[in-house]
Design a protein around this ligand. Structure first.
Ligand code: FAD
Length: 413
């Protein structure tokens, strides 16, 4: 039996959980938030170390395309809390944002630590009690929350309802370790195995390429897969293979190809501003006494890491034949031999199967228990689509819980 004297609980202090707690507390609920680590928001702070993309300015239809098969589910979630709502909400907390040249949305000056500090102050003002060092262990038969403390003791808590926002399984040292899957599996919630998303891939580079160019960026490439998926972006040569924003949107396709065939092929267009015919006509110009390296530098500005990669991945007969070389410059095959470990990935694919939740994120098998953020089995590329999903699903789950508790819901969709 639930009563509104009982608190509502949020478990997980990442952006999805913090957002759910904010909405619930500001709607008048007594909120207890439990976080396994000694402080909340650790992955958010890690995200803030690089380019901190909070969301993206793409028009909504294009934005929603980034969620692939789960586009329609996200259409409902983003209708409740859109990228524009997020920017206004951040502004309310004193975090101004701007749109970068890539369309990504960044804070103007604030760091992730500034954002987290303002947010925790807002939660404090709204009366949310944050219990750090509390790991959710189970839901008992009488629907109480079983929590384990860092000192080994346990406590039980009756709640009117709750939001779980336990994250995915990449960067486990931030607390997002995916250990919660065993708990939900015990409750017969269907799970999709975790897999790395937005991650690096392995390639068997020569020692020479590694020694000379590990860490070198390759800019303005068109990247594509055997199945025809393509994107434009930057790639970094690493000691183990390749990494970078250009390959992240292709992760699902390359991961699948690796799983089926044991290897995957990434095709690079090294000169996307020139047609193959134009490249060929330049290659057919008289070479004089120039070495091929010098000639390629002068005619096509192919030099440094791009030239070495071309050398490495183009078989000698094609390299020495202008027609073959022009074709490879436009479509250089890079053989990928593996995917980097989940612990290193920016995000994870997998988690709770989307069929297990309703439109607000309530678990069909556990009424009153809502889930949000990266623990759900959707995936999206970097560029702000991950954090937007965490914020919006946290918001939507909180609205769903308010509705379930027959409390006024601040959001319309
Ligand atoms: C290096 C890096 C850079 C990134 N950059 C960006 C970026 O620029 N833009 C972007 O959109 N996204 C970025 N991301 C991704 C983004 O940070 C995540 O998608 C987002 O943090 C997910 O939010 P979440 O609330 O779902 O989960 P998390 O942030 O993972 O939070 C989950 C929380 O639940 C807690 N928890 C787990 N299990 C339990 C338990 N049993 N009991 C209690 N608590 C538990 C964890 O300790 C954690 O605090 C980046 C990620 C990384 C690693």
């Amino acid at each position: 039996m639930t009563t509104l004297q009982q608190p509502v609980v949020v478990v997980g202090g990442g952006p999805a959980g913090l957002m759910a707690a904010t909405v619930l507390a500001e709607a008048g609920c007594r909120v207890d938030l439990f976080e396994a680590m000694s402080s909340p928001g650790r992955k958010l702070l890690v995200a803030g170390r690089g380019g901190f993309n909070l969301t993206h300015s793409a028009p909504l239809p294009e934005f929603l395309d980034r969620y692939g098969a789960h586009r329609e589910w996200f259409a409902r979630v983003l209708a409740r809390f859109s990228p524009a709502d997020l920017r206004r909400w951040l502004e309310d907390m004193g975090i101004e944002t701007h749109v970068g040249t890539s369309g990504r949305v960044f804070p103007v000056t604030a760091s992730a630590a500034d954002l987290l500090r303002s947010w925790l102050a807002r939660l404090d003002r709204a009366g949310v009690t944050i219990h750090t060092g509390h790991r959710w262990l189970d839901l008992t038969a009488d629907r109480e929350l079983l929590l384990g403390r860092a000192d080994g003791t346990q406590k039980r808590l009756a709640a009117a309802g709750g939001v779980l926002a336990l994250g995915g399984a990449s960067w486990p040292k931030t607390g997002s370790d995916g250990r919660w899957t065993t708990i939900l599996a015990r409750h017969n919630v269907a799970l999709v195995p975790f897999a790395p998303a937005n991650c690096g891939f392995e390639a068997a580079w020569s020692q020479t390429l590694i020694d000379r160019f590990a860490g070198a960026p390759l800019k303005n490439l068109a990247l594509s897969t055997s199945s025809g998926r393509s994107t434009v972006g930057e790639l970094v040569i690493t000691r183990y293979g390749v990494e970078g924003g250009g390959i992240y949107p292709l992760t699902p396709v390359l991961r699948e190809e690796l799983a089926v065939k044991g290897r995957a092929v990434l095709f690079l267009d090294l000169k996307r501003d020139l047609s193959e015919a134009e490249i060929l006509s330049r290659l057919l110009r008289p070479r004089g006494k120039n070495s091929l390296a010098n000639f390629l530098r002068k005619q096509l500005r192919l030099e440094g890491p791009v030239y070495s990669l071309l050398r490495e991945c183009c078989p000698p007969p094609a390299f020495n034949d202008p027609v073959g070389l022009a074709a490879r410059i436009k479509r250089l095959p890079i053989i990928l031999t593996g995917i980097r470990p989940l612990a290193e990935a920016i995000s994870s694919a997998g988690g709770i199967a989307m069929a297990e939740v309703d439109a607000s994120g309530m678990l069909r098998r556990l009424p009153g228990v809502f889930v949000a953020g990266e623990m759900l089995a959707w995936e999206a590329p970097t560029g702000g689509f991950l954090l937007q999903a965490a914020f919006s699903t946290g918001y939507s789950a909180a609205c769903g819980l308010l509705d379930w508790l027959s409390r006024p819901v601040p959001c319309s969709a």
